[in-house]
Each structure stands twice: as C-alpha cells, then as structure tokens.
Design a protein around this ligand. Structure first.
Ligand SMILES: Cc1ncc(COP(=O)(O)O)c(C=O)c1O
Length: 459
C-alpha cells in the first residue's frame, strides 16, 4: 500500500469552540500586560474600543475563558472549506534526503486562499449582529482584504479596504478579487484621511505600510457611526479565531500517529502562526509536552521578533491605537517593500511576543532569496506554489529537516502553510528572472524609530 500522505477530517469535525491561550499562559505564570490608553498611559477600559469593535469581540479580546463557543452561523460558513487538510510532505522529505517527517497544515484551500477567512467570517458575523453597516480595514498582501470582502458579502455588510500601496501596485488581481465581492479598495496612504494626508505631505512617494493603512482604517471607523474597524491580525480575538487551525491539526496529527517535535510558522502580526501553534503550546505550558519546540519565521527586512525591542508601542503609525506590549521596530518604521507584504508589520501580537520573550518560542529571520529558494523547492516537490509569507515557514522547516539529517536524527516537523501564492506570480517572475534584490534591513531607521517610542516602562 502506498504511504498515507493526507489526513482529512469530516465536516462534522470542524471545531465547535475556539481555544483561548491567555488563561493557560496565566496558569503557567505568564501574565499578559494590559494595553494602555495612549493619552493617560493607564490600562484601557473596554469602552475605549466601543467605537471600533462590537461588544462580543471586545469581550473575547479580554476573555479569561479557555473555550469560547463558535456560533452556528460561523461554523456553517467554515463548512465551505473547513476542516482544511493536513498533508505529509513525503516528496519534499525525499528531495531533502532527510529522516525528518514533514507535515503541513494547508490553509490555501479557503476561498480567499489563506487562513484569513477564519477570523474574517467571525468578525463580520459579530459586527452584523451588533448592527454595523460597514467595516473598514487595512490589507498588506491582499489576503486579508480579500477575506474580509468575502465575509462582508456573506453577511451583507459594506467593506472599505486600505491596501498598502506597494501591494496595490504589485498585485492588481488581488485588488480585483476584493472588488469582485463589492468592496471598495484605496491605495494607502490616501488623501482621503488625515492620517494618510500627513504621511503624503512628509513623503509623497510613500509605498505605504500596514501601520499606515491601519491608521487610515481606524480613522474612518472612529469618525463614522455606521462603520466599525476590523483587524486581520495581532489582537487576541483574531488569534483566538485562528485556533481552529491548530485544533484541527492536533486531531489530524493524532490520525497520523505522530506528535510534532517542532511547529513552524511565519509571523506578520501572528495570527496564522498563533492559530496553529497555540493549541499545541497549551500542552507545552501545562507541562504535558515540555520539549515541543516552536519556531516563528519572519523577513530579514522586517525582523520584529529577532531584532525589535519588547516595549509598549502603538499598533499603527498614526498613533491612534492603544499602546500594546509587544516586540516592535517602532510604529513609524517602514519596512522595505519585500514581496511578503503580509509580513511587513512593525509590531507583533502581544501574546506571541511574550512567548518569544519567555523562551517558549524561537524566532528566525530570512532574506527574500532564501525564502523563494525554499518556495520553489517546495512547489517542485509538492505541487503547491506557496504565498511568499508562507514560504518563510517552509524555509524554516527545510532548515529543521536538514539539521535533522545532519545530526542523523528523526524529527517531526509541522508547518503552517498559511496560503497559496496564485496572486503572487509577479514575485515569482522577479525571482525566476534574476533573483530578488536583497532589500536590506536598515538599522539606522530602526534606531530612529525606536527613539520615538512612547516612554512607558515595561516589566
Ligand atoms: C498567506 C499569509 N500568511 C501569513 C500572513 C501574515 O499574517 P499573520 O501573521 O497574521 O498570519 C499573511 C498576511 O497577510 C498572509 O496573507
């Protein structure tokens, strides 16, 4: 019999509750610091979020319950593509001549092509229920904008997407995908918001960044009663919704009869990796799997976890969000326009940042060519052309598999393959024609941006 390489769950095994890691972290003595009010520097009260988010999402953001039921209407939409498959990458294992077993949880099967709809659908549902008419958001790679546009059309909401200008120009088909669902797309920075105008005055050629696009979307939500803000990553409730990925993967790894030694993912704001890793991390924090390793990967051009500072900082460039305790390169740090647009974020999820700081997660940064070398190797072995963001995770996993081979060890590696790269052909074309320019991280820019961090002590 041929070796089994797919581990599929039936539709009735879509998880019925999301898993909240925060109480598990607290139980292990890892206490998340509260977000602070940008003016008073005191812990924020939930009402500060009320102009932006519906009550249910605010409650989830601060919940101390480990399990939160998924509404039936959300599970019904998840059923369009969930449970997503777990594959064993035996062809890649053979290509690498490694004794390691490599598995990948593939979120590219969602209609938008990534993990992002897992939270987009939940957020659209709660907003509709709370009476919002429109959602405003940012998008880096276009995956989040696509997902929210789709979710809004399912729940009959209008949708406005500020798309980072670098991606808007690199990926016209992503823009058209978003517009197909009836959403409006604006290349950020725009002159339609105060935050955007300010950036354009300082730098008319700005290619934008997630931090800038977030400011624009928040401004629209804060100044329009019928509009709420929706965020694609970073915050607790977003990572919470993404735990369907890890909960399914745990069950699928059991079907495969293996336990991962290392769980690898890419980190922009932390949502796909948190979603995959946290159900496994709960076992580590409880002492059931103390040796399970976690590897977060990121671009060398935007090395938040590996070179950033753990500090209180704004989530956006325009300084409108509460101060979040996280690894940051500085809220006005603008990363070079690498092809992995979804990883160009100056900050990271506070919970994930804390896990790195406390030594429960490792982090590694990779250059563009290292990432695309891995992407093409993976595509040739497994047939899937990964999103440039996801290819960072593949790079990390290949390095783990090669290290296992060199050490003559077996190792079970689980990759979060967060999306496909079908809208990223320009990036592949650039790489295939003449390798990519190695856009350098600029330490001087980081130093200057860190000097502008708000002065708030952090434990
Ligand atoms: C395919 C894909 N993977 C990963 C990311 C990074 O975001 P996060 O860290 O929230 O998963 C993005 C963001 O746009 C993405 O599109």
């Amino acid at each position: 019999m041929t070796e089994r390489t797919r581990f599929d769950l039936p539709q009735d095994r879509i998880p019925s509750a999301w898993q909240n890691l925060l109480p598990v972290m607290a139980g292990a003595g890892i206490q998340l610091l509260p977000p602070l009010h940008p003016g008073t520097k005191q812990p924020v009260t939930p009402d500060l979020f009320a102009p932006l988010f519906p009550e249910q999402l605010i409650l989830q953001e601060v919940s101390t319950d480990e399990w939160i039921d998924i509404p039936g209407e959300v599970i019904d939409v998840y059923g369009l593509w969930r449970p997503s498959p777990l594959h064993r990458a035996t062809r890649l294992e053979r290509a690498l001549d490694t004794p390691a077993h490599i598995y990948f949880k593939y979120e590219g099967v969602s209609p938008a092509g990534s993990h992002k709809p897992n939270t987009a659908v939940a957020q659209a549902f709660y907003n509709k229920k709370a009476g919002a008419r429109r959602l405003a958001t940012e998008t880096g790679a276009g995956q989040w904008g696509s997902s929210l546009a789709m979710a809004c059309s399912f729940f009959d909401l209008d949708c406005l997407v500020f798309m980072v200008k670098a991606s808007y120009e690199q990926k016209p088909y992503r823009r058209i995908f978003i517009e197909t669902f009836g959403a409006e797309v604006r290349p950020s920075p725009t002159s339609t918001t105060q935050a955007g105008k300010k950036i354009l005055e300082e730098n008319p050629d700005s290619t934008g960044s997630l931090g800038i696009a977030i400011s624009e979307a928040i401004e629209v939500a804060a100044t329009n009663d019928d509009t709420n803000y929706s965020i694609g990553s970073c915050l607790n409730h977003v990572l919470l919704h993404q735990t369907v990925v890890g909960l399914e993967a745990k069950e699928q790894m059991e079907m495969a009869g293996e336990v991962p030694d290392v769980v690898v993912g890419c980190v922009g704001g932390g949502s796909n990796y948190g979603g995959l890793a946290y159900p496994f991390m709960a076992d580590r924090l409880r002492g059931d799997r103390p040796n399970m390793r976690f590897l977060a990967t990121e671009p060398a051009a935007c090395p938040t976890l590996t070179r950033g500072r753990f500090a209180y900082d704004f989530g956006d460039t325009g300084q409108m969000t509460p101060l979040l305790p996280m690894y940051t390169l500085g809220h006005d740090f603008v990363p070079a326009p690498v092809h992995a647009g979804g990883l160009r974020y100056h900050g990271d999820s506070p919970s994930l940042s804390l896990l790195v700081r406390e030594g429960h997660m490792e982090a590694r940064a990779y250059s563009q060519n290292e990432v695309f070398d891995a992407a093409v190797q993976f595509a040739k072995a497994q047939g899937i052309v990964p999103a440039p963001e996801s290819a960072h995770a593949i790079r990390g996993a290949i390095d783990e598999a090669v290290a296992a081979r060199d050490a003559g060890e077996s190792r079970v590696i689980l990759i979060g393959l967060s999306g496909h790269g079908h809208f990223d052909m320009q990036a592949y074309d650039d790489y295939l024609n003449a390798r990519l320019p190695e856009v350098e991280f600029d330490p001087a820019q980081e130093e200057a941006a860190l000097a502008r961090l708000p002065e708030v002590p952090i434990g």
